[in-house]
Ligand binder design. Structure first.
Ligand code: TRP
Length: 336
């Protein structure tokens, strides 16, 4: 009865990949018994930088639900809901926006990085950044607090957003009295997965990601072109696994054979091609149970609809309970 709440989620802008899995999905699946878990499909947030692509956002809502279920989220235990269907989140966002300065938002490291990456939308110096995009950390604070979220399992890139939520909560509680739960974040042990090319980040736009739903041929192709130690040219050259993306991924999915792989690479008895083939096999094996779970629901789209409908109804109830507290303490509960 006294379980604490988790609130976390994803933007429906594309399929989820290994970076999402190790950054957040794995943790949320592990914790769903211990916590009351809410997963937000953040379509409103997705629109802040996709306002011209409503079809893309809509299409990916179901994909992201499928990916969550594939990663082990049990829709019987966990509440999955659609952000835009919870008006209380929009309401809270308006009230919280009084508690945040524009300059603080510009200084948020995640916002800063993203404005830099989205020059086509927001201009080369960020001079055309929208009010909505700049303000999405405020809306994310509403996402979390509308559900009394105490813990937020997220990837490393999200930490500044949770920090900003904490600030908003403290300020709110100080002004209006103890009302909101202050959340903590939790990042996985492998909270930032590098791309196949060695790039610090695995990302859709970078073309260096393995998706949870990639088929065998795609996985093979991607791994065969992964970056290896550039000093190991011939099969029997001694290699340094620390400079090799294939070994990096072995560390994620090849626990049992890791020591052997490391030793054989270093002493020159392991060629990169066979090493890649072994990784392909292990990766396919690793993703297989996820893909089977996904397939079951993919074949039954009416189940996904039902999960979202039930989840959203339950989420609405919780958000209204929190909203009542907020209205009362802000002295805007006029007729109650
Ligand atoms: N910002 C998250 C992402 O880009 C998605 C998200 C929206 C979220 N609201 C949230 C994550 C609340 C954690 C808590 O993936």
């Amino acid at each position: 009865m006294n379980k604490k709440n988790i609130l976390t989620g994803d933007r429906p802008t594309g399929r989820l990949h290994l970076g999402h899995y190790f950054g957040s999905l794995k943790q949320r699946a592990m914790l769903q018994d211990e916590y009351n878990t809410y997963i937000i499909i953040a379509d409103v947030q997705a629109l802040t930088d996709n306002f011209e692509n409503p079809d893309k956002v809509r299409k990916n809502v179901r994909e992201v639900v499928l990916d969550n279920i594939a990663a082990g989220i049990d829709p019987k235990k966990t509440t999955i809901f659609i952000q835009s269907m919870i008006p209380q989140i929009a309401e809270l966002t308006v009230f919280y926006s009084n508690l945040v300065t524009v300059s603080r938002l510009y200084r948020n490291p995640t916002i800063k990085t993203e404005i830099g990456q989205k020059q086509h939308l927001f201009g080369s110096g960020g001079e055309s950044v929208t009010y909505g995009f700049l303000g999405y950390p405020v809306s994310q604070a509403a996402d979390i607090t509308a559900f009394d979220g105490a813990l937020v399992p997220v990837g490393e890139d999200q930490i500044p957003l949770i920090e900003q939520t904490k600030e908003i909560v403290r300020k709110f509680n100080k002004i209006y009295g103890d009302t909101l739960v202050e959340p903590d974040y939790m990042v996985g042990a492998n909270s930032r997965i590098k791309g196949l090319d060695g790039n610090e980040k695995m990302g859709k736009s970078l073309g260096n990601a393995i998706y949870l739903n990639d088929d065998e041929e795609t996985i093979s192709k991607k791994i065969m072109s992964a970056r290896t130690d550039t000093n190991k040219i011939k099969k029997d050259d001694k290699g340094n696994p620390d400079n090799c993306m294939v070994y990096y991924y072995h560390k994620l999915v090849s626990n049992d054979s890791l020591e052997t792989i490391n030793k054989e690479c270093r002493n020159g008895s392991r060629g990169c091609v066979s090493c890649k083939k072994e990784l392909i096999k292990n990766m396919i094996e690793f993703l297989k149970p996820m893909q089977e779970r996904r397939k079951y629901y993919e074949d039954r789209p009416e189940l996904i609809d039902e999960i979202l409908r039930t989840g959203t109804a339950k989420a609405l109830e919780k958000a209204e309970e929190v909203m009542k507290r907020v209205r009362k303490n802000m002295k805007i509960d006029y007729f109650s």
